[in-house]
Design a protein around this ligand. Sequence first.
Ligand code: AMP
Length: 322
Amino acid sequence: MTTTRRLSLLKPTGHLTLGNYLGALRPMAAGQDGADCFFGVADLHALTVPHDPREVRGLIRELATLLLAVGLDDSTLFVQSRVPAHAQLAYLLECTAYTGELNRMIQFREKGRDQPSTRVSLYTYPALMAADILLYEPSQVPVGDDQRQHVELTRDLAMRFNHAYGPVFTVPEITTPAAGARVMDLGDPTAKMGKSGAAAAGAIHVLDSPDVVKRKIARAVTDSETGPGAVRADREAKPGVTNLLDILAACGGSADGIATYGALKKAVTDAVVAELEPVRKRYGDLADDAAHVTKVFAAGAARCREVTAPVLAAAEAAIGLA
Ligand code: AMP
């Protein structure tokens, strides 16, 4: 029996949030058993919008260290640009995709909207994402709503390529991940807690100190209801309180016996700090041992180059190169 291959890439475009941790990193760490996991820092994807090279370099390093700090030691960890096959296959897939289908990609339309100039890479990014996936031949890709269209395109490109040039790619099935915690912004609980953009003000970062966590939660928006029963979940009428209750539960806490928003915020703070402190501590240790992080990622990239080489070679041969 072959082991399941899992693959996930995270973009180094901001400091990772509690949302990233509960929605992506923690499940990634929990799912390592019995699977052959590849987890990457999608640095090439961080260049599709205006960027500062120094900042991006720092965020790549931070994310790489964080992947180790959350306990992904049993996985193959890599930085995307260190595995040139990603960019090489992306080009072959750009030669397979049509402008009509890239024009329809919602993320390109949304991110490119009202911009005086848009990088070509923002437009072609779905071809790179398709390469990211197809190189590792996963049989399934669990995907949230925001990336579904891109994975559908990945399947279309793989099928079109296979049909035109021969059976090179494994066409992955799209699966819906088990509904995880969706963490909302503390200042605007109707918006997702995001790592970049205006919403970052209401975001708890994985590496925030306990004091900062406490301050951010103290400022979290609730509502003006008082009295017994005010602490209850109601996503429509009480989005702020509901978000705090969700965070509390996701971090292993309980709202039993909590009657005031002050007590709720205290419980949420304690639970979040208890969840994040071990990660922050390990991150600190790893940041002091930069050579170890470098070594782990060098070994990971070497394995990725090995695993992806036959897929790239087959695609090149089929399309008429070499
Ligand atoms: P992003 O930071 O938007 O690129 O998201 C990377 C991954 O982190 C997503 O695919 C989600 O799995 C997870 N994630 C990001 N933000 C949240 C959030 N607010 N709540 C839950 N999961 C999240």
